[in-house]
Design a protein around this ligand. Sequence first.
Ligand code: ZN
Ligand code: ZN
Length: 97
Amino acid sequence: MFCKCCGRLIKNPAPDQMYCTVECGNRYRKEHGEEVQKAWPSITFNCGHCGRLVVTEEGTKDRRTRFCSASCEKKYWRHPPHEQEGYYQNITRAQAV
Ligand SMILES: [Zn+2]
Ligand SMILES: [Zn+2]
């Protein structure tokens, strides 16, 4: 099996492997007008804590999917809605019946 881009021999290639490295694959696709593999797609969501609209940047290591910031995430997990006062009391009451 030889790299489709630089022709280097690939030892023990994966069944669908066509390039010796990811860089080679991206270079080949670029040169041939094919789409370069994206590291991570851009997504849009509302922060689970403050509700702010968040748009992550495509191709970066931005892997936020739920909160706009680490501090929002911390605040959320410290006070999740189901742990707010009254919830457990209601459950206890319901079970007692
Ligand atoms: Zn190569
Ligand atoms: Zn937030």
